[in-house]
Design a protein around this ligand. Structure first.
Ligand code: ATP
Ligand code: MG
Length: 343
């Protein structure tokens, strides 16, 4: 019996920020380490998804490789045979199966996707591509090619997972058992545990979350930031005029965010960091402490990045991609036969 498959993607549209690191990267690596053994873990960069909205194509390949290096630097093991790390476009079956499934997907069905409505509304009409429109089909193939049961889905992806289940069921009903149908959203949530709900806030506007595609980037600590420049961003973080440190996300969002960042970077529980600072009056001291930790973290992370064994990473990608081509081509052949493209 082959192992049940957990699959998760890591989009490489920009340098990652501190929130991605603590809110996504570390939990993903932790998940992979916890479940490898009983499960097969597929971690992939959905590179074909990366230009459904406009990107800088001259930087794309470098960004993708940089993201892979960040994962390795953050502790993703490259030598675990249960953990596969690959780039979607290196497995041509993704594109081929997408075309076939496109022809079994309703135009109306895709038109109802709220992600498409949201994202297309933010672009000029002539920049809304057919790729953006049918990317849920590509996402379905990402999952179905490998028979993945478990896919961590955030709020914005639940509709796409439901679609994946629909199209898999539809094909299975019509042609026989072609696909493993991934688990429904509530079971996904149960399996992956409760989202910790961690949200690091923007330093300039602490009422919104830190985001890697933020326009100014002034309130964002990127993993690639120069440590001193990052420390300066912390020193000029927006706070308040209350004059006393309290952890209160409503009344003192800036101060609360700094306490949260400090706790994460220094590896202490939030309530302990809060107890240390609660009631103190010098915001400057808190900022200096956070700035110092931030610069130290970045310095250390950059050293870890520089120490990533690129040859080992390339070898891991090559071997995972070869293995994934084998699995994906087998699924694809079953579909090609079912629809009459192969004898
Ligand atoms: P974009 O601006 O491109 O949407 P983003 O920084 O919001 O980028 P996403 O690609 O949307 O990042 O999300 C990647 C992962 O990082 C998700 O799992 C998301 O929950 C997590 N994440 C993003 N921002 C934060 C944050 N500020 N705090 C904690 N986790 C975050
Ligand atoms: Mg986002």
């Amino acid at each position: 019996m082959s192992k049940p498959v957990i699959l998760t993607g890591l989009r490489a549209n920009n340098d990652l920020q501190l929130g991605n690191y603590f809110g996504a990267l570390l939990p993903m690596i932790d998940m992979a380490n916890t479940h490898a053994g009983a499960y097969q873990i597929n971690l992939f960069v959905p590179d074909l998804h990366s230009f459904t909205t406009p990107v800088d194509h001259t930087a794309l390949h470098a960004n993708i490789m940089h993201t892979m290096k960040i994962f390795a630097a953050a502790g993703l093991p490259l030598d675990n045979p249960d953990i596969h790390i690959y780039r979607q476009s290196y497995i041509p079956a993704h594109s081929e199966l997408t075309w076939i499934l496109d022809c079994f997907t309703g135009f109306g069905e895709m038109s109802r996707m709220t992600q498409f409505k949201d994202k297309s509304a933010r672009l000029d009409e002539d920049r809304v591509s057919v790729g953006l429109f049918n990317y849920p089909v590509l996402m379905a193939t990402d999952i179905l090619l490998y028979g993945a049961s478990y896919v961590p889905v955030g709020e914005d992806q639940t509709q796409h997972l439901e679609f994946t289940r629909d199209i898999a069921g539809r094909m299975n009903n019509r042609f026989g058992e072609l696909f493993v149908v991934p688990k429904a959203v509530p079971e996904q949530h149960k399996f992956f545990g409760k989202d910790q709900g961690l949200r690091i806030k923007d330093l300039v506007d602490p009422t919104k979350k830190m985001s890697k595609s933020d326009e100014s980037g002034k309130g964002v600590i990127f993993l690639g930031d120069d440590p001193d420049a990052a420390a300066r961003k912390i020193m000029s973080a927006t706070t308040d005029s209350m004059g006393v440190i309290h952890f209160d996300r409503e009344q003192q969002p800036g101060i609360s965010n700094l306490l949260q960042i400090l706790a994460l970077l220094s590896g202490v529980p939030l309530d302990q960091a809060v107890r240390t600072w609660e009631g103190k009056e010098r915001y400057g001291e808190l900022k200096t402490a956070v700035a110092t930790e931030t610069a130290a973290f970045l310095k250390q992370f950059h050293a870890r990045l520089a120490a990533v064994d690129e040859a080992a990473l390339e070898a891991k990608l090559a071997s995972s991609e070869a293995a994934m081509r084998g699995i994906a081509n087998k699924t694809l052949l079953g579909v090609q036969r079912a629809v009459g493209l192969r004898p």
